[in-house]
Design a protein around this ligand. Structure first.
Ligand code: SF4
Length: 252
């Protein structure tokens, strides 16, 4: 049984060596190709530990939807840097179960969560006109993407919990990807579904209550139905991502 609470001794050795290398950058962001070479052979936990050798905590952005797969990454972050702020994009359309789950995980992992809210006027218009029905990209743009923009601008690297097995778009991502002016960091990207399920089971993480009812992926109330994986997100609209990740607006 593998429980990722401590690092593999080989990873620990590699990290000690790489920490010195990180210092040589003097606070400058290394090239993504270099970072991928260093980080890809490591475990997810070791990647997270090493990230803080290259970046200060204030330069690291973490977002969480507190959805079906969120707890594992939050758990690993709590082991690595427990005071790391976690940004929750509150679209105002979350399930009550998600808000309860968020409270539960905050308590369990002592998380420092910051709520990110949309512009109230734009949110009110989108809500009253039910944009999610015929213009979900615009709805996500004002409720998710725009509120995060000024926060992204204050950070150098953004940790996400994306995993390659989840969608064809995610299957092509590396551990580090440049996304405009910010570097995206995907420490879980090479997890297989079986490994992910096994490790979160071994750790004994609480499940989102809606996952137990058959929701494989959980976002806003209006855009989530039951289904395996991400099949229940924006069902029937052709949309697969919310715009926070590259490729969404480019139609990839
Ligand atoms: S997921 Fe749906 S309700 Fe939520 S912001 Fe996007 S389109 Fe709007």
């Amino acid at each position: 049984m593998i429980i990722p609470t401590v690092m593999d001794p080989i990873d620990t050795f590699v990290i000690k060596e790489k920490v010195n290398q990180a210092r040589s950058f003097g606070g400058q962001t290394p090239d993504p190709a270099f970072l991928n070479e260093v980080f890809t052979p490591l475990s997810a936990l070791a990647r997270l530990h090493l990230l803080y050798a290259f970046f200060k905590k204030e330069e690291v952005l973490v977002t969480s939807s507190f959805g079906a797969n969120s707890a594992f990454l939050l758990y690993l972050i709590s082991l690595t840097n427990s005071s790391q702020p976690i940004h929750f994009i509150d679209t105002t359309h979350h399930f009550p179960e998600t808000l309860e789950y968020k409270k539960r995980l905050m308590k369990r992992f002592h998380l420092n969560v910051i709520d990110v809210l949309p512009d109230p006027e734009q949110n009110a218009v989108a809500s009253s006109e039910e944009w999610w029905k015929d213009q979900p990209k615009a709805c996500c743009a004002i409720n998710k993407v725009a509120p995060l923009e000024p926060i992204k601008a204050r950070h150098k690297v953004w940790i996400s919990g994306l995993m390659a097995f989840q969608t064809p778009f995610r299957a092509n991502l590396k551990v580090f990807e440049q996304q405009g002016s910010i570097l995206k960091f995907h420490p879980l990207i090479d997890y297989s579904e079986a490994q992910f399920e096994q490790e979160r089971e071994d750790v004994g993480l609480p499940r989102h209550p809606l996952e137990l009812q058959g929701y494989g992926s959980i976002g806003c109330v209006h855009c989530t139905v039951k289904g395996e994986g991400r099949s229940g997100r924006w069902s029937g609209t052709g949309q697969t991502e919310c715009g926070l990740h590259p490729g969404f607006f480019e139609g990839k």
